[in-house]
Design a protein around this ligand. Structure first.
Ligand code: HMG
Ligand code: MG
Length: 305
């Protein structure tokens, strides 16, 4: 098996990371983090969410964040749960939106207060309206390898939800292991199952690192042709609706692994470490990234590949 020579990283730290940190950061600090991530060479960044501020207070004022960040060479995406979120995202100048469905009924209800079917009906309108405005729409499926409330999740159901998101016009679907229970072979089998309904290069993988399996999972998925990987600088975050879930796999760890395998990412590890250090200083926490920890301990810096 071979792996792709280039992998596109979708940096989700400013959204998925910060949405689950106890301390809410100001729009200025969130924008500064995005600017540093962009300076590291990341071109696809999830900048925030237009959701209920009661549900996720950390993502309030995403419009102000978008107004403050540089737009050159950057595709900024935001999460939207409904038409109201979409119209706020368009007004704020987002390049891309992401709608987020689930493969588990209970998670769907807890996360967005509706059934999977209702969410897909709502998202069909949101995606159609986004496309009418020239805004690209990404889709997420959560709980693809397990649900915090229902346990096992059927891969056929994941494929059905992913297929529905493609059918309504999403250009890419990200498969979210929301609680990080996946392991390499189940992850690869899931991707192969979903690839029956969509080209594999339109699938992204989104691993939370609760059980430390993310890098192995990513490698297993690269081997079957996945070339888009979501990750969060410093491994920030988790999910407010998935108790106990850890943050996403750290972007530093993904970039290091890919660089050591001569896979192109376009990302400077050195600058990325700066962005991670900035985020951690603002949040008064240590990075979950093993690579950041290793470089901090050695007091040296990587030479970018
Ligand atoms: P609801 O209660 O069914 O909706 O919530 P509603 O229409 O009755 O509205 C409730 C309140 O929210 C109202 O305010 C609305 O105005 C307001 P109130 O009258 O109570 O003051 N509202 C909004 N405010 C701002 N922007 C909006 C908006 N819509 C309604 N767009 C709703 C439904 C979806 C709105 C709510 O449940 C919600 O916002 N949930 C947030 C979900 C969320 O952000 N979850 C985390 C992201 S998902 C994730 O992390 C997983 C992922 O990373 C992949 C993975 O790891 O698997 C993507
Ligand atoms: Mg997530």
């Amino acid at each position: 098996m071979s792996i792709p020579s280039r992998v596109s990283i979708v940096e989700v730290g400013p959204r998925d990371g910060l949405q689950n940190e106890k301390q809410a950061l100001s729009p200025h600090v969130r924008a500064e983090l995005i600017s540093r991530l962009a300076a590291a060479g990341l071109t696809r960044i999830e900048a925030g969410s237009f959701v209920s501020p009661t549900a996720v207070p950390q993502m309030a004022h995403t419009d102000e964040v978008l107004a403050l960040v540089p737009k050159e060479n950057l595709r900024l995406s935001v999460l939207v749960p409904n038409l109201r979120g979409l119209s706020d995202a368009i007004a704020a100048g987002a390049d891309e939106i992401a709608v987020f469905a689930a493969a588990s009924e209970t998670f769907s209800k807890r996360n967005i207060n509706c059934s999977i079917e209702e969410s897909l009906e709502r998202y069909a309108e949101v995606v159609a309206e986004a496309r009418r405005h020239g805004v690209m729409a990404r889709g997420y499926v959560s709980c693809v390898l397990g649900c915090p409330y229902e346990g096992e999740v059927d891969s056929g159901r994941v494929a059905a939800v992913a297929g529905a998101l493609f059918d309504m016009g999403c250009f890419e679907v990200s498969l979210g292991d929301t609680i990080g229970v996946g392991a390499p072979l189940p992850a690869r089998r899931l991707v192969e199952r979903v690839a029956r309904v969509a080209p594999i290069d339109k699938l992204a993988v989104h691993f939370h690192d609760t059980y430390g399996q993310s890098l192995a999972n990513i490698f297993a998925c690269l081997e079957v042709g996945v070339c888009v990987v979501d990750s969060s600088v410093a491994g920030l975050g988790g999910c407010p609706f998935a108790p106990g879930a850890a943050g996403n796999v750290a972007t530093e760890d993904v970039v290091y692994m890919l660089q050591r395998m001569d896979v192109e990412t376009g990302v400077s590890l050195d600058r990325l470490l700066d962005a991670g250090a900035f985020a951690c200083a603002q949040l008064n926490r240590a990075p979950a990234s093993r690579v950041a920890q290793a470089y901090a301990a050695k007091c040296d810096r990587p030479v970018d590949a």
